[in-house]
Design a protein around this ligand. Structure first.
Ligand SMILES: O=C(O)CCC(=O)C(=O)O
Length: 198
């Protein structure tokens, strides 16, 4: 992670390293003593046409039994409403998993328009944490500034997935603590043969 941030932001690795230690402390506070990476991804909203994310919960993409999963969205650029910062419904994780639009993982846009969410403006380097049941989304980027985030999803290693979906290479890396299930539960990383990869 330090190497990626160094490449994207600049050479001040010492600063990022101390931020990483803070990040582990926050993850322990939110999840518990054992924290495991589920996956990471980078989001880039280019100027003027970066697409919107309709409001959704991350739960249906990778459902787990105990809902310990949370996102840590590391901002690489300043984000505000004009370049499509993340908007949330505070406290919505308490609603539990919600019904989604038919055949999609988004929530009803009539019931949950992005415009009724609470914007979370952030500076480059800020990290926004939210549970995977928190309703969130973002507007398009209407500015002339790129909006980039790296989004990490973390969980308690003893929180089992309830459907075998969203398997990523590298998932399962321990951030801190221990994985008492290491020998009992192993993800199946096989990529199924489809007409596309045959
Ligand atoms: O960063 C954003 O604008 C939202 C990303 C998001 O909701 C997601 O990846 O689940």
């Amino acid at each position: 992670m330090v190497a990626i941030l160094k490449h994207l932001i600049g050479p001040n690795v010492q600063l990022h390293h101390s931020k990483m230690l803070n990040m582990v402390a926050i993850l322990k506070h939110l999840i518990g003593p054992n924290v495991q990476l589920h996956h990471s991804k980078m989001l880039v909203k280019p100027p003027e046409n970066g697409a919107a994310f309709p409001m959704h919960q991350d739960y249906p993409y990778f459902p787990h039994a105990h809902h310990t999963m949370l996102a840590a969205s590391v901002h690489l650029d300043d984000a505000d409403q004009s370049n499509g910062c993340i908007c949330v419904f505070p406290g919505s994780h308490k609603k539990g998993p919600l019904v989604t639009e038919k055949g999609r993982n988004y929530l009803s846009q009539a019931e949950y328009p992005v415009s009724s969410g609470t914007p979370c403006p952030a500076k480059a380097g800020d990290v926004l944490f939210f549970n995977y049941l928190t309703i969130h989304g973002s507007d398009p980027n209407r500015s002339d500034r790129t909006r980039r985030n790296v989004l990490f999803q973390y969980r308690d290693p003893l929180d089992p997935m309830t459907r075998n979906v969203h398997i990523d290479w590298g998932m399962g890396l321990m951030v801190c603590g221990e994985n008492a299930d290491f020998f009992r539960f192993r993800n199946d990383y096989r990529i199924e043969s489809t007409s596309a990869n045959r």
